[in-house]
Design a protein around this ligand. Structure first.
Ligand SMILES: Nc1ncnc2c1ncn2[C@@H]1O[C@H](COP(=O)(O)OP(=O)(O)OP(=O)(O)O)[C@@H](O)[C@H]1O
Ligand SMILES: [Mg+2]
Length: 285
């Protein structure tokens, strides 16, 4: 019923599951971050160590090790069923971890700090647009500034004029913008997107991509975007991860200045190389 879901696990509880040695890469990235190589932001760093998840005898995640510096925009790609949504759900505390840990630096994590936005907008049909955005405030919904905060979030996604409408009269793209406002209203420090643009037409999709990039730049949260669209991944992300056989098979930096020119030779080259990783994974089916 809600688009913006939240972690139910405090960092201490998440971290207490740790019982393994971090890989050299994770240690190196954490050290670089401490040395100030990353920009300051309101985002939280994310460290995942030895993360495993099975459903019955289906071993979906077989040891994920990953460090995401605060404020980084990471895209995750991989063939259908490889465990992308499962990974997001584990990060958000919506699913139980079998082994390993997910932690968010030294910060005391509040439930509203971590949000997930899904492919379906999941708006409440009986609530007007502004009330739908207020839902994202969680326990702060009854505070005196709830309306003002929701209005500000609606303005950020360019939908102020729709505040009193019912969800049923909105277009698909407008519904997703309301869902984005609902995710943004609590100023999350980690925002995970599970194919949020998958159901949109090509033009609406490009305009939503620009909106996502702008709010990420303005607010500085750590962004994790699961997508099937490799062009979208390289256009938006600082870094693209390819998941295959339950592990991170490729970790590619997108060192292309912003604003990026879609279809540029640089982005097309990166897209081609990531696609070839994905296709070689597909050949094994
Ligand atoms: N609650 C569940 N119970 C049993 N199996 C599950 C559950 N959730 C996911 N799975 C299985 O885990 C595997 C990974 O699923 P997941 O939804 O994470 O894949 P995905 O990479 O997001 O795929 P897609 O790109 O199609 O969305 C699949 O084999 C799926 O059937
Ligand atoms: Mg999925």
């Amino acid at each position: 019923m809600q688009t913006a879901l939240r972690t139910s696990l405090p960092e201490t509880e998440l971290a207490s599951r740790a019982n393994f040695a971090p890989t050299a890469r994770v240690v190196r990235e954490e050290r670089q971050e401490r040395q100030g190589h990353q920009v300051q932001s309101s985002g939280l760093p994310l460290s995942i160590r030895g993360l495993r998840k099975s459903f019955g005898d289906n071993e979906v995640l077989r040891g994920i090790d990953l460090h995401i510096p605060a404020g980084q925009f990471v895209a995750i790609v991989g063939k259908s069923g490889c465990g992308k949504s499962t990974l997001l759900r584990l990060i958000a505390g919506l699913e139980k971890i079998d082994a390993g840990s997910v932690s968010f630096g030294d910060a005391v994590v509040q439930p509203e700090d971590i949000r997930v936005m899904f492919q379906e907008p999941r708006l409440l049909p009986w609530a007007r647009v502004l009330s739908n955005v207020e839902v994202g405030l969680g326990r702060d919904r009854s505070s005196s500034d709830a309306h003002a905060r929701a209005e500000k979030a609606l303005a950020e996604v360019g939908l102020t004029d729709k505040r009193d409408q019912w969800p049923s009269v909105l277009s698909g793209g407008q519904k997703q913008r309301v869902a984005l406002a609902r995710a943004l209203v609590s100023h999350p420090r980690v925002l995970a997107f599970d194919e949020p643009l998958g159901a949109l037409d090509a033009l609406t999709r490009i305009s939503m991509q620009r909106l996502l990039e702008r709010v990420w730049r303005d607010q500085g949260f750590t962004a994790i975007l699961v997508t099937h669209d490799v062009a979208e991944a390289v256009a938006l992300a600082d870094r693209v991860l390819v998941i295959d056989e339950g592990r991170i098979a490729h970790d590619v930096m997108v060192n292309v200045a912003r604003p990026r020119e879609r279809g540029s030779v640089e982005l097309a080259g990166l897209e081609g190389s990531i696609l070839s990783h994905l296709l070689s994974a597909d050949d094994r089916i």
